[in-house]
Design a protein around this ligand. Structure first.
Ligand code: ATP
Ligand code: ATP
Ligand code: MG
Ligand code: MG
Ligand code: MG
Ligand code: MG
Ligand code: MG
Length: 270
């Protein structure tokens, strides 16, 4: 490309703030849907958990991991996803605004791009937006605690929402009545309401709802068909070729205890 001539206007670049992320820290970018309470209502999300919406969120997060550099894992629930960049990443010289804007814009455009694959004949009524932030965590323990915090939030909200919507949908309470009924109740009380009034054992609810979604890189075997021409033959033939590819694979497991980190030590390795 043509060499850049310095103009007298160049000095304005110095007004840009330095937002380089501190070296050696985990860079976490979290995004969250803007006003998704309303978005869910307008697009007829089923309550408390719409599978289409959760799967679309995960598809977008997989796209982010595949398109961008240096993401080691992601965790999502509800209308949010967190992405963890490796400690040593030097992507865009570790500029926070680059991490944040690339993650959020890739996610948002994917949400619109893949919408129809998940929502079929439910049209997208208006363009959704997402906010983003970047937080640095200096130790592995801080990073684990961050992810534990998000998964604990998923659990608390899902337990509440599961009872709340049972009271509304099955017992015919108004939202205000259901809210009053749950005011001041502890986890044990909510489990008890679910069990005694609705015959639901909360622990048997789908893992995706209770634990959210973890995305980690895994080698997967893929079988594709290829058309090839063998040396001694004249016609092209279809053959099956197996190859291993590294993909961002969804898991719905506990990440608060040690087991997950013991099973996948490569996530925290340099
Ligand atoms: P980066 O990811 O670093 O921004 P880039 O390839 O987007 O890389 P830019 O400096 O942003 O680099 O330049 C944008 C490029 O996109 C231009 O150099 C040009 O090649 C192309 N481009 C953008 N808009 C147009 C347009 N309207 N018509 C033709 N080419 C365009
Ligand atoms: P803000 O702009 O402050 O984030 P918000 O309305 O998006 O406002 P959140 O705290 O982010 O508030 O909550 C997201 C809301 O989106 C949930 O309370 C729920 O109503 C809805 N929602 C998101 N995902 C789903 C889903 N898969 N199924 C059903 N409802 C969902
Ligand atoms: Mg440009
Ligand atoms: Mg919020
Ligand atoms: Mg939101
Ligand atoms: Mg949210
Ligand atoms: Mg550009």
């Amino acid at each position: 490309r043509a060499p850049m001539a310095k103009s007298k206007f160049e000095y304005v670049r110095d007004f840009e703030a330095d937002d380089t992320c501190l070296p050696n820290c985990w860079v976490v970018t979290r995004l969250d849907g803007r006003n998704f309470h309303r978005f869910a209502e307008q697009h007829g999300f089923s309550k408390p958990n719409d599978d289409r919406a959760l799967h679309l969120m995960t598809k977008c997060a997989q796209t982010v991991m595949q398109e961008l550099e240096d993401i080691v894992m992601a965790y999502g629930q509800s209308d949010e996803y967190s992405f963890v960049f490796k400690k040593k990443s030097n992507w865009f010289k570790r500029r926070a605004s680059k991490f944040m804007t690339h993650v959020v814009s890739q996610f948002a455009s994917s949400y619109v791009f893949y919408w129809k694959d998940y929502f079929k004949d439910q049209p997208l009524l208006y363009p959704p937006g997402f906010d983003g932030r970047v937080v640095l965590y200096p130790s592995n323990q801080n990073l684990k605690d961050y992810l534990s915090w998000r998964q604990a939030d998923c659990h608390i909200n899902n337990l509440y929402n599961t009872v709340f919507w049972m009271l509304v949908q099955r017992s015919g309470l108004t939202p205000v009545q259901a809210q009053d009924r749950l005011q001041g109740t502890l986890a044990g009380d909510k489990n008890e309401i679910l069990f005694s009034e609705f015959n639901i054992n909360y622990n048997n609810e789908p893992l995706m709802y209770r634990k959210g979604t973890v995305l980690i890189w895994q080698k997967v075997n893929e079988v594709t068909t290829k058309r090839i021409k063998l040396p001694k033959e004249t016609e092209e033939k279809e053959v099956e070729v197996a190859r291993t590819r590294t993909k961002a694979v969804p898991l719905h497991c506990d990440i608060i205890g040690d087991q997950f980190w013991e099973e996948y030590p490569e996530i925290l390795a340099d």
